[in-house]
Ligand binder design. Structure first.
Ligand code: FA5
Length: 340
């Protein structure tokens, strides 16, 4: 009868997939040794048949198990080999001089420095937020069009109240958290990402950077707001900038404004310095009483304060004369290197 020990020893000597297939053909295939032995068994007298049948079944099971284990280890070996071949060293040698911040990071850091020097506290916050944080906490009712699927990216994960999380559509989703965490008076900044389900074009991306700012005090006026925004824009752009304020509607401010900016640039066609078209980059306004209430602050005492939501991707585009904000994030090294 077939010697199990010998078969296992042969299996141990197998070193590649071709030899393993050969082993299978010899022992386990339907015309292999084991099935041949079963055929012989059928010709034996009844009393021997039973005993031989049990032994053969046992050998078949053990050999099949050993064969499958070997097959599995070959598969893992192949995967590991492939992984090693595809290995990419992603560690960046930071000791080298050969790196620089991306343009967006550069501008963000400049904006951060300006506000840090004015003693603003700063956080980036989470990008996955509750509907409460993104909408209701800033006085946007859930029936508002901005909450619709065509603007907002909903996630499958649910928050503790059973509602789907969303990707924050604006950094205003941090207003409630910052007021609760730091209390009033407050100077706070949130310079980070927001996401919208947008049709992309030169000035709209699905992921973009905003800078949320809040200044809550007792004698803060619209004049403070305007002057701070102009100071900041001049400091970042380092160009002659002219701003214009016009009314704008946002449920979380009252009154609300849009600050449009135009800036001096060298027109390559005429060779002369000219003023650009006006660009909408900086909405803001005086913080709505409902926003303060939702964060547990008495609006009768702290009614004066402003908030703004600077479009940082657009600001960076203005600063460096980039025509399409998608260049910042599309990973095109030719673009990145030309500013390194
Ligand atoms: C807001 O997001 C408000 N949260 C801003 C705000 C904050 C108002 C505090 C009042 C008080 P808006 O949707 O207009 O507003 O976006 C603000 C800025 O973000 C825009 O001016 C624009 O510069 C930028 N922005 C908006 N959507 C995109 C986009 N898809 N791609 C790139 N930039 C965008």
């Amino acid at each position: 009868m077939l010697d199990l020990k010998h078969a296992l020893w042969e299996l141990e000597k197998v070193v590649d997939a071709a030899q393993l297939e050969n082993f299978f053909q010899i022992y386990l295939w339907k015309k292999g040794f084991i099935n041949e032995e079963f055929k012989v068994m059928l010709t034996l007298p009844a009393e021997e048949k039973k005993d031989r049948g049990a032994k053969l079944s046992d050998i078949k099971t053990k050999l099949t198990e050993a064969y499958e284990a070997k097959q599995q280890s070959f598969k893992m070996g192949q995967i590991n080999q492939q992984l090693e071949k595809d290995l990419v060293d992603i560690s960046l040698d930071t000791s080298s001089e050969n790196w620089s911040y991306s343009l967006l990071a550069e501008v963000r850091r400049e904006v951060e420095e300006i506000f840090k020097s004015l003693w603003f506290v700063m956080e980036y916050g989470t990008e996955m937020v509750t509907k409460f944080e993104n909408f209701e906490s800033v006085n946007i009712p859930l029936t508002h069009p901005a909450t619709e699927m065509h603007d907002t990216i909903y996630l499958n994960e649910k928050d503790p109240s059973g509602e789907n999380f969303v990707l924050r559509t604006h950094t205003s989703s941090m207003q409630n958290y910052m007021i609760k965490k730091y209390g009033v008076p407050l100077k706070a900044l949130v310079p980070w990402r927001a996401y919208r389900f947008e049709n992309m074009d030169a000035t709209h991306d699905t992921m973009f950077y905003q800078v949320e700012g809040m200044y809550i005090g007792k004698n803060i006026s619209i004049a403070h707001f305007k002057s701070l925004m102009e100071t900041m824009l001049n400091a970042v752009l380092k160009k002659k900038v002219e701003t214009r304020m016009r009314p704008g509607y946002f449920p979380f401010v009252e009154p609300g404004f849009e600050i449009d900016a135009r800036y001096e640039y060298l027109n390559p066609k005429t060779g002369k310095k000219e003023m650009s078209k006006r660009l909408e980059i900086l909405p803001g306004g005086m913080i709505h009483p409902e926003v303060l209430k939702a964060a547990g602050v008495d609006p009768a005492e702290w009614r004066s304060g402003f908030a703004f939501g600077l479009g940082m991707s657009r600001l960076a585009a203005i600063k460096y004369g980039i025509k399409d904000i998608r260049y910042f994030t599309n990973g095109d090294l030719r673009f990145a290197k030309s500013f390194a």
